[in-house]
Design a protein around this ligand. Structure first.
Ligand code: IMP
Length: 430
């Protein structure tokens, strides 16, 4: 099977960076299809730690082609910062191993600024965005006022379009938000000058990926954020502005849906969320604090402490169903070592009614009371375990229970941040 899609089955930060890095070994192409530098994919290789925001994690393996597809919102300054950072650490980055869609939308300084100003404007109703300009850039894409990477490469055209866009944005910045407008000439010079550095990477990535699929190359589609942050299926409006699961691949990489062969979700053995919005199994107590400390649950993009809670079967089942997942990878199982008991939500209760399917309406999610199943915990350190049968019996029982409840095979477990800290359970990447 030539393609595999890996996506976050919770609210992001499920450990996709490490797993994609691992699976990239067997892939020919690694393709990002949505999101932008709001993502933070952490990969640990020996003593080295890499945090990638825009470039697919496959870049750490020589000979792989890494694609930033048309569905990604690209901040060129961040992208070049990432390229420079990788090169300084001895990783080769060129037009041969990094491809950038000419039709991907560009995030400008004004998008970042408006993202932050809009959050301030919303006050109590804020989304808790990463402040990276994601929402405003996708809004311009839909409003058909955005600029794409290909526009940047034509200086005259770029100046005209950016000038028109900035005139409107500056009015918003000044008149609505009472802030100083951005300097038009300074912005024009800045983006026109970085454009040349992007040129070697830019191409028709949709065509390249389709040709690679037809040539039976092994393609790994790398999702960012998580299914519960999906603009359509997630906890709207507390979501990001793209389709985060396998549902986003076709439009975000410009490949037909029939090119998506296998789909695997990734979920932590518990749940975390950053930013605002409903989170039924959140623990606002010492147990939640302990998960945060044991799991080092602080954002890799913003450094914000993550909200922590128990595993939510209702939400995960829904997330897996949305993307048609045929397998699940469970990460951070080691973080649960030492808890006297472990819980997982199996149903919600609302106004005397019990249900086990995710409600479509946000207000119901906010008022739902999760109903838990409780498991005895284990105390052993499991970070060195590499075979399922070597896990403590209680850890195995928890994993097997999750598998039954979710009706999807758990095809791999992760028990630490390093590439090697995994327990295979039958995942055949390609
Ligand atoms: P935005 O994507 O910056 O607009 O943020 C919208 C929501 O998605 C906020 O709750 C963010 O915290 C969340 N979010 C965005 N990117 C990530 C991510 O990579 N991991 C986890 N949450 C994210």
């Amino acid at each position: 099977m030539p393609s595999l899609s890996v996506f976050g089955a919770q609210w992001g930060d499920e450990g996709k960076g490490k797993l994609i890095d691992l699976l990239a070994r067997d892939a020919d192409l690694v393709v990002r299809y949505q999101g932008g530098a709001n993502a933070g994919h952490t990969v640990v290789v020996g003593d080295e730690k890499y945090v990638l925001h825009l470039i697919p994690s496959g870049i750490l393996h020589p000979g792989k082609v890494n694609v930033i597809g048309n569905g990604v919102a690209v901040d060129p300054l961040k992208l070049l910062e990432e390229v420079d950072g990788l090169r300084q650490r001895g990783i080769a980055v060129s037009g041969a191993n990094l491809r950038l869609a000419a039709n991907a939308h560009v995030i400008f300084e004004h998008h970042r600024l408006i993202d932050q100003l809009s959050e301030r404007w919303r006050g109590e109703g804020r989304i808790g965005t990463t402040g990276r300009g994601i929402g405003p850039a996708y809004a311009d894409k839909s409003a058909r006022t955005g600029l794409r990477v290909g526009d940047l490469l034509e200086p005259g055209h770029c100046r005209t379009r950016l000038k028109a866009a900035l005139a409107e944005k500056n009015a918003l910045i000044q008149k609505v938000h009472n802030e100083r407008p951005l300097d038009l000439e300074g912005q024009l010079d800045r983006y026109v000058s970085v454009a040349e550095r992007l040129r070697p990477f830019v191409g028709d990535t949709g065509g390249e990926v389709r040709a690679a699929y037809r040539a039976k190359k092994r393609i790994l589609f790398e999702g960012a954020q998580g299914a519960m942050l999906d603009i359509d299926g997630g906890t709207y409006p507390f979501v990001t502005s793209s389709n985060t699961g396998a549902n986003g691949i076709s439009s975000g990489a410009l490949v037909p849906p029939s090119f998506i062969d296998r789909v695997v979700g990734i979920a932590k053995a518990y749940t975390t969320r950053v930013g605002e919005g409903p989170f039924p199994t959140e623990l606002k107590d010492a147990v939640g604090d302990r998960i945060r400390e044991q799991g080092h649950e602080y954002g890799s993009t913003t450094g914000r402490p993550r909200r922590c809670g128990w595993f939510d079967v209702v939400a995960a089942r829904y997330a897996l169903e949305l993307s048609g997942a045929d397998g699940l990878i469970v990460t951070n199982l080691d973080v649960l070592s030492g808890f006297p008991e472990i819980r997982a939500a199996v149903e919600y209760k609302l106004e005397g009614r019990t249900f086990s399917t995710w409600p479509a309406h946000l207000a119901s999610v906010e008022r739902a009371v999760p109903q838990y199943t409780t498991f005895p915990g284990w105390s052993e350190d499991i970070t060195r375990v590499r075979r399922f049968e070597d896990l403590p019996q209680r850890a195995r029982a928890y994993v097997e229970w999750l598998e039954r409840e979710l009706s999807v095979p758990i095809v791999m477990l992760s028990v630490g941040p390093d590439r090697e800290q995994v327990i295979p359970r039958g995942l055949q990447p390609f």
